[in-house]
Design a protein around this ligand. Structure first.
Ligand code: AKG
Ligand code: MN
Length: 216
């Protein structure tokens, strides 16, 4: 089964004045987890502003992984921000996040209104061009708890985000994540689905992705 999400599918509920109902939303997955897309969560202008602010203001790092006994750079730049004391383990090393800055705080409070939870950390990825990517994985690190809610904000170039079911890998869903979109992954999603951002041969501008998380 293969689904391409169409832009014509988004329908706001104009009768209900809460933020949740003022923004367009589309359910991407409702079986074995829940994935919801808010395609225009931040306006074009707001997204451009946030992108340039983060592009120059984030303390980007080039992390490495061991692959067949060799240390290799991961194909993107990353940064962690969050509440003090909320450490996470990366490549077997315990790391501490950088403190929230005003831009990150403003994004966080807007998505918390929709997600109805408080996030205490954010992983930020910078995909410099089409060669940068993240391979198939689930966000299932133990510190995220059993059924994590993950709020993913995209800024800059559009990249294709793919989801595939762990037990039937031909069941695949592709979404082109545009600048200003918010994707919520919740419930049992990380148990049953993997996701990736594949490399692309297209000439492509940089993209920033922020995944807000709750570290226990
Ligand atoms: O860039 C994205 O949209 C996804 C990033 C991601 O899956 C991750 O960092 O865990
Ligand atoms: Mn992920």
């Amino acid at each position: 089964m293969y689904n391409q999400i169409s832009l014509w599918d988004y329908l706001p509920d104009t009768n209900n004045p809460t933020l949740e109902n003022q923004v367009n939303k589309k359910t991407i997955i409702s079986t074995d987890g829940e994935v919801i897309l808010y395609p225009n969560f931040f306006s074009f202008k707001e997204s451009n502003h946030l992108f340039s602010d983060l592009y120059s203001g984030v303390n980007w790092k080039q992390e490495t992984i061991y692959f067949f006994g060799k240390q290799m750079p991961i194909p993107r730049l990353t940064a962690w921000y969050g509440d003090e004391g909320k450490s996470y383990t990366y490549s077997g090393i315990e790391q501490y996040p950088e403190p929230w800055n005003p831009t990150l705080k403003s994004i966080k409070s807007k998505i918390e209104e929709i997600a109805q939870v408080s996030f205490n950390s954010v992983l930020i990825n910078l995909y410099r061009d089409g060669k940068d990517s993240v391979s198939w994985h689930s966000d299932n690190e133990p510190e995220l708890g059993k059924n994590p809610i993950i709020a993913s904000v995209s800024l800059g170039a559009t990249r294709r985000f793919s989801l595939r079911h762990k037990h039937s890998k031909t069941h695949k869903i592709d979404i082109d994540l545009t600048s200003g979109s918010l994707l919520l992954m919740q419930g049992e999603t990380q148990h049953f689905w993997q996701h990736q951002i594949a490399k692309t041969a297209k000439e492509i501008q940089p993209r920033i992705n922020l995944t807000f998380r709750i570290i226990h």
